[in-house]
Design a protein around this ligand. Structure first.
Ligand SMILES: NC(=O)c1ccc[n+]([C@@H]2O[C@H](COP(=O)([O-])OP(=O)(O)OC[C@H]3O[C@@H](n4cnc5c(N)ncnc54)[C@H](O)[C@@H]3O)[C@@H](O)[C@H]2O)c1
Length: 373
């Protein structure tokens, strides 16, 4: 039987350096008998040569459009905005299942061309219902890094907002940078920050804690909370008594506020940085109603308004935190996905993939008739 061919797209968004396949996972697929074609990419964090060295075939940027119908197209984020019908099986995050703007026209391209979408956001372990691969760990790790940088910056540059940041070539570079900032902050404050992480048992929470530890925050200064600790209902003085709060919960329902503008007015407040990794910014149930806008790498913080007195408090609410560390976040994500990628040669009989196809068919069935022509 001819080997199954996976075709890795070059991402289309200029700042998207992450990749669904990495040289490590591509090599594992090739070793298992797959052919891996990799589009040359001007944006990917991995150089084209890193792929050719492990036996992948480099193909022109954008050549997925003309690839034979049976090749499986693998990518990370949305396809470029085009309208031609799609004939392939596509593995990617498409962001079209939650009524996002324009979802009908994008999704309709698949049934119009006889193609299939296997959306990475909805790949679940059939036994536990948990996602098989997600970017949470890297999000918490990066969010915590920016929160620590912001704490130090407030001390060394009072009244100036944290400047923009760009993605780091690797984790070590980020850790060194945060360590240097913390050393400068410690010189001013006479100590390192106290940090509280809520949602500490989840993917983002584990990443947030690991960053603090790798940056040198003593473990006794990291408060790790999850469901048990918040069950009593907030607002929590343990948050206002900490210097930095990293929120990593998965918000499933309305819960009491963890912190709000009133609780920030508590005399003696220490809290000066909040990183809302969960970034439920516009969700009416957001348990951190102290800010209203998503922030970006270019402008990472917003001040909390209406505090009248006390130290300033900055909020970071970036919704694409893993892009700060494209190399490691891609490795972690692709590594978690690998056991399932290895089953793509028989995907119709593998529950993780066949359930994703079932969901695709359900969503296609909900499309308005007029977009199918
Ligand atoms: N900002 C970003 O770039 C980014 C990237 C990835 C994920 N996220 C978001 O981060 C959130 C967490 O993702 P995850 O993959 O870590 O989820 P997860 O399910 O692995 O972990 C969530 C944790 O939150 C805990 N939790 C839930 N409600 C809580 C409460 N009321 N009090 C205390 N703990 C509570 C859970 O017990 C769990 O341990 C999600 O909303 C996700 O969309 C953001």
């Amino acid at each position: 039987m001819a080997p199954t061919v996976l075709h890795l797209r070059s991402e289309d968004k200029p700042l998207e350096h992450r990749s669904a396949l990495t040289p490590t996972t591509a090599k594992a697929l090739i070793d298992a008998g797959y052919t891996v074609n990799v589009e040359k990419s001007p944006v990917r964090i991995f150089d084209d040569e890193e792929f050719s060295k492990i036996g992948a075939t480099l193909v022109p940027t954008g050549s997925w459009r003309d690839a034979p119908k049976e090749h499986i197209i693998v990518g990370l984020k949305e396809l470029p905005e085009e309208t031609f019908p799609l004939k392939h099986v596509h593995v990617q995050f498409a962001h079209v299942y939650k009524n996002q703007g324009g979802w009908e026209n994008v999704l309709a391209r698949f049934p119009r061309g006889g193609g299939t979408l296997l959306d990475l956001e909805f790949l679940q372990d059939p036994e536990t219902g948990r996602r098989v691969a997600a970017f949470g760990y890297s999000a918490g790790f990066s969010g915590s890094a920016l929160a620590l940088k912001s704490w130090a910056w407030q001390l060394t540059h009072p009244n100036e907002p944290l400047p923009g940041v760009e993605s780091y070539p690797n984790e070590d570079a980020l850790i060194s940078d945060v360590k240097a900032d913390l050393a400068a902050g410690k010189e001013k404050a006479g100590r390192l920050p106290r940090v509280i992480v809520i949602g500490a048992l989840g993917r983002c929470g584990r990443g947030a804690i690991d960053m603090c530890l790798k940056a040198g925050v003593p473990k006794e200064q990291i408060l790790k909370w999850d469901m048990a600790e918040t069950a009593k209902g907030g607002p929590f003085k343990e948050i206002t008594e900490s210097d930095v709060f990293v929120n990593c919960i998965y918000l499933a329902s309305k819960i009491p506020h963890f912190v709000n503008v009133e609780s920030l007015k508590t005399p003696g407040r220490q809290l000066s940085v909040v990183c809302d990794v969960s970034a439920d910014t516009t969700n009416p149930n957001n348990p951190i109603p102290i800010y209203t806008v998503a922030t970006t790498f270019k402008k990472p913080t917003v001040p909390v308004e209406g505090l009248d007195g006390g130290p300033p408090c900055s909020v970071i609410s970036i919704d694409h935190l893993p892009s700060l560390l494209p190399r490691e976040s891609s490795e972690a994500f692709s590594g978690d996905l690998l056991p399932h990628l290895l089953k793509l040669n028989n995907w119709r009989n593998e529950p993780v993939w066949s359930n994703a196809e079932k969901l695709f068919q359900e969503k296609v069935a909900s499309l308005p008739k007029e977009v199918l022509n």
